[in-house]
Design a protein around this ligand. Structure first.
Ligand code: F6R
Length: 604
């Protein structure tokens, strides 16, 4: 949470900072601010959108500055609590992402020493501490302050007396260095930088960096200099733009034929009927696993539930799926379990904590993520990228389907390795997966039908989603998508569970979205639909296009192309995403930036 940017170079810092912050606003949009050294330290901050700050910045020539977009943790959403925070003498400015756990005690001591605080934030403590330690060298002051901090941070600091220099430090919150020609950057996320550079260095926990316009220096907490590798990112600025779509979310839904193809790219050998992963991952999967624990949060957790279904269908390995925030405290410590963490951002604090917990318990860990270089990739034994390009909409869409594809490939690989899956059956699934991009295109062509159904349910106060088997986690995801972007109350249920309680909530005004596939659960879900209809609730069935009977059971039908394979869960997901999108759009909601949410949850 919270977007961070630092710039030092030859351009006007105000322009670069605002530009980059606009690409970071999915990280938090409670307030925003910049500090620029323009002979003196100049600070501008406002509540709400970045455009609100932009309006207040006069013409400035300064070429060193920092910017922040906030997702509030400590202290209300107001101008005082917006970052950057400044020292009493107004010479030092600082931005921060993370949580300083011991800030109350530190603040009391600072106040006793005469420091005047202007906000309720934990962050302000750090800038006063730096002021207290400052003896003419910013990095020295930062290093001695870091020793006093408990908690997590990515922090970026500038000082009026040392223009042309930015100091950054990280512990458990993301911070990358963007390397340019005659200019350098610090950022919480790579998409912020893509307009200016695709060369990055990843800071590790405990590291501190100094950037000037022509030099990057990184050292550890003992001031020992560290040589960092420069990495080239193959994302382009176009990947991080709306490309004519009204919202990032819609663009990202429409990206899916391509992103699914990318998730499969280089991993399937049709000739050998095999799945190929990097050697480190192959070793992890071939390593006498007796169980798999999947840990994740939110939408990634739901892809984990789909993964459980796929792995248990195709292999003999039992799978436990746990919310990372629970697993980290209560997870089963079984050394021979392989722990798979799923995280789009690779920075979700709870998922990282679960990964560390697994490592401490002696488990091998595998990460599925979209972010190369993220913390998750660096603290695990191996990782697989979803290869989806940047996802900017706060609601995860294309990365969810790509995570499922990767989990499907893992299930196939394990099934083949353990001989629970024959070569012909594996081939059937491989062909099924390869057909998915085309089938999703067919779903996207029916966008208007989905819009028509969205119009019918957009005034509902509550919507239920039901499914059985693999469709149960899809129901959970369909409900999450709807509630987070349209603010309509929605619940996902295993269809058989309705009569054990939730039926009490059903009224004639509660639409029920039922996912119906031609598998062992078909007859049962039809019975469940009958039960719902008997209570007068309208039913929207998401069903195979060859299912001609379903129209007699449901009020509306949205169909997906038949492929007789588990992979049809991907086409079904796209229908659910579009349904949520249209309802939110009809209700005029802030689709890409839903209230109270942020893209990357880096606090626990
Ligand atoms: C919902 C959504 C969130 C994330 C969750 C985990 O649309 O995006 O529920 O899935 O915050 O984030 P990652 O996958 O980055 O760990």
């Amino acid at each position: 949470m919270c977007g961070i940017i630092g710039y030092v170079g030859f351009r006007k810092a105000s322009t670069v900072l605002i530009d980059c912050l606009k690409r970071l606003d999915y990280r938090g949009y409670d307030s925003a601010g910049v500090a620029i050294i323009d002979k003196k330290m100049k600070v501008y901050k406002e509540v709400g959108e970045i455009a609100n700050v932009e309006k207040t910045i006069p013409k400035l020539d300064g070429t060193t500055g920092i910017g922040h977009t906030r997702w509030a943790t400590h202290g209300k959403v107001n101008k005082e609590n917006a970052h950057p925070h400044v020292s009493c003498n107004k010479k030092i400015a600082l931005i921060h992402n993370g949580i300083i756990e011991n800030y109350k005690k530190l603040r009391e001591e600072l106040e006793k020493n005469g420091h005047i605080f202007t906000s309720q934030t934990d962050t302000e403590t750090i800038v006063h501490l730096i002021e207290q330690e400052y003896k003419g060298n910013l990095e020295d002051a930062v290093c001695s302050v870091l020793k006093k901090l408990k908690g997590s941070y990515a922090l970026v600091v500038i000082c009026e007396d040392e223009p042309g220099k930015i100091v950054g430090a990280r512990k458990e919150s993301p911070l990358v260095i963007g390397v340019g020609d005659n200019e350098n950057f610090l950022a919480s996320d790579i998409p912020a930088l893509l307009k200016y550079t695709n060369r990055v260095m990843y800071l590790d926990d405990g590291e501190v960096c100094i950037i000037t316009k022509d030099k990057v220096t990184v050292f550890d907490s003992n001031k020992k200099q560290i040589k960092k590798k420069e990495n080239i990112i193959d994302w382009t600025i176009k990947d991080a733009e709306k490309s004519g779509f009204p919202h990032f979310m819609l663009k990202e839904i429409y990206d899916q034929p391509d992103t699914i193809h990318q998730a499969l790219r280089g991993r399937i050998s049709e000739i050998n009927r095999s799945i190929e992963f990097p050697i480190r991952v192959e070793k992890l999967l071939g390593n006498g696993i007796d169980s798999i624990h999947i840990v994740a949060c939110g939408t990634s957790y739901y892809s984990g539930l789909v993964g459980k279904y796929l792995i248990e269908q195709l292999t003999d390995i039992p799978v436990i799926v746990e919310l990372a925030s629970e697993y980290r405290f209560f997870g089963i410590k079984n050394k021979s379990a392989l722990v798979i963490a799923i995280t789009q951002s690779g920075e979700t604090a709870d998922t990282l904590a679960a990964l560390r917990q697994a490592e401490n318990s002696g488990c091998k860990t595998l990460v599925i993520t979209n972010m190369i270089g993220s913390t998750a990739t660096r603290i695990s034994d191996g990782f697989l990228l979803t290869q989806s390009g940047p996802e900017i909409g706060v609601a995860a869409t294309k990365t969810f389907t790509a995570q499922i594809v990767v989990l499907f490939l893992i299930a196939l690989k394990l099934g083949l390795l353990r001989r629970t899956l024959g070569s012909d059956e594996a081939y059937h699934h491989i062909i099924g997966l390869k057909e998915i991009p085309q089938q999703i295109r067919q779903v996207l062509e029916k966008n208007n039908d989905i819009l028509d159904v969205a119009k019918k349910i957009s005034h509902a106060q509550s919507v239920f989603f039901i499914g059985r088997g693999i469709n149960y986690p899809l129901s959970l995801e369909g409900a999450l998508k709807l509630k987070e972007i349209s603010y309509v109350h929605a619940e996902g249920f295993a269809a058989g569970e309705l009569k054990h309680g939730p039926f009490a909530l059903l009224t004639k005004e509660t639409p029920v979205v039922a996912i119906v596939t031609h598998d062992a659960t078909y007859e049962k879900i039809l019975t469940n639909i009958g039960e719902v209809k008997a209570r007068g609730s309208p039913v929207i069935a998401i069903a195979d296009e060859q299912d001609t009977d379903i129209i007699n059971q449901a009020d509306f039908v949205l169909s997906f192309p038949s492929n007789n394979d588990l992979s049809s869960c991907l086409s079904i997901t796209v229908i659910l995403q579009l349904l949520a999108y249209h309802v939110a759009n009809l209700r005029k909601c802030s689709i890409d930036k839903p209230r109270n949410l942020a893209k990357s949850v880096t606090v626990e």
